[in-house]
Design a protein around this ligand. Sequence first.
Ligand SMILES: Cc1cc2nc3c(=O)[nH]c(=O)nc-3n(C[C@H](O)[C@H](O)[C@H](O)COP(=O)(O)OP(=O)(O)OC[C@H]3O[C@@H](n4cnc5c(N)ncnc54)[C@H](O)[C@@H]3O)c2cc1C
Length: 573
Amino acid sequence: MNTITQKKPPVHKHDVIIVGAGIAGLQAALQLAPHCDVAVVTKVYPVRSHSGAAQGGIAAVLASVEDDRLEWHHYDTIAGGDFLGDSEAVDVLVREADEVVNDLDRAGVPFSRTIGGGINQRILGGHTRNRGERPLARVCYAADRTGHAILTTLWEQCVKHNVRFYNEYYTLSLLISGNACGGIAAWDIQKGGLHLLHAKAVMLATGGYGRIFKTTTNSFANTGDAQAMVLRNGLCLQDVEFVQFHPTGLYDSGILITEGSRSDKGYLLNDDGKRFMANYAAELLELAPRYIVASAIQQEINAGRGINGKPHVYLDIREMGEAAIDEILPRTRESCIKFAGIDPVEQPIPVMPSAHYCMGGIPISLHGEVFADGKNEKMAGLYAAGECSCVSVHGANRLGGNSLMEAALFGKRAGVAIKAFVESNPRSPAITDDCVEEAVCELESIRNAQGKEKSAALREELQSLMTEKCGVFRNAADLHSLKTGLVSLKKRYKDIGIDDRSDIYNMDVLETLELGRMLDTASAVAESACARTESRGAHQRADFPQRDDKNWRKHSLIKFNGDEYVLDLKTVL
Ligand SMILES: Cc1cc2nc3c(=O)[nH]c(=O)nc-3n(C[C@H](O)[C@H](O)[C@H](O)COP(=O)(O)OP(=O)(O)OC[C@H]3O[C@@H](n4cnc5c(N)ncnc54)[C@H](O)[C@@H]3O)c2cc1C
């Protein structure tokens, strides 16, 4: 067999490269397109980005259906995040949210309307009137297709403004020399071949890492690539132990059943036919913050009250009636019928907690600048926004509707900051041969790999391990065995074998590249989860059941120094 080599990859030059075509990436691209040459690199076709799967909605204080205040949204976000969110960042989120919704409305997002023609708003868990008095309608929506509506509208606008798209290009690595980022290396999935893209600034908007878990609501693309790229460059990740488990994933695929289906006419039942949420959140019941509902379901399952002994409970929405279900939850009904063979108009839906959202990620400033040390020092020309980043609005747990807003709002802010950066830094930083060489070597070693391990099998082992040992409830023994398991998987990864040597849509190569990054990101999650000896928000330690503000009201920062993972802490602002 011939060895595959590609020594001199073609170089493409742009002012700005954005990696990721979800809501965060496209919002930034739209800020930049009128002013400079911006290119978006995405491993899936833009409208297939995970943002398109968001159903529930996007949170903003519009008060279009009932009285609402910025300070209530601020309070709910901080309290829902179990007091780990940065107040400064939350302040920006709540203050600028209405402008973002109005911009999206003007750009053509078909929001559901009130009878009077305003943007309609719905209740999602954790959003309350007057600091917890009762649930409040604060979340704007487009039926249960909100993410799809926003994503397709932004994409159309990008096409209109001549944004250059590199569709189905997989970004392998950042081209960083010294303390500046000057581009990326990317693999053309459609045709094969490595490409170098040089720019004055690079923005990461690659989404979350839900796919490191077996049961997840996330799309296949959410493998934590940028988080791993950052770790590989010696930079750190913040608060990655906080992974939100959505309470209602469809059993057993994990597909999301939106929180919009939980209400006074949509409730949870255990095997005894009892509505059990009253035992866990007497006031807010099914609409309590997600980590409370997810841990309640998990406790019912652990106590043997899963339906017929299986690891799921029921979500019963039959009381809503067919007309209401078809009007506000059409996609939910369709998913239940297609993926579980159950029509929720007639039968209760089997649900279980499913890995859903990553609160932690690449630490950034309020303008999307990536902190090289996680705290003060910035990496010149490197930006991030959306779920791959951590500006820390969600703290230890995010509220429904707050992450579409975070992606749209901080994506826009990053775009504005990048525009100013490229205006004052008209030249791209020099790219050294070393960082190019690294990407070329990794790719060649994988394309020629002839070891005995298969990436599909290793991926499954990784996902099962993460779900089993780092799920809704965690403890020291499980986390230590997870760390040992990950070391062994990383070792076996070095003995990987590839069967497909072709160039066109080589999924074997792509999935192997992804797996290497998933292992790095998963290790950072495991290390941080092991270090945090308290229960806070989505991080529930069975062996440390209390929140420990004295020692742990701190952000975790984890980095890889080449030999081991090193943890640092950062003050909550
Ligand atoms: C099922 C589901 C429902 C949700 N519902 C809601 C909701 O109702 N309200 C809410 O506020 N939030 C919701 N969320 C969360 C929210 O949708 C996401 O946090 C948000 O959309 C993330 O946007 P993003 O732009 O950061 O990333 P994504 O939309 O995930 O986009 C990531 C992009 O990065 C690209 N990419 C990744 N890796 C690479 C690589 N190596 N090279 C090149 N490109 C790459 C992908 O191709 C993609 O274009 C939901 C999430 C899920 C999973």
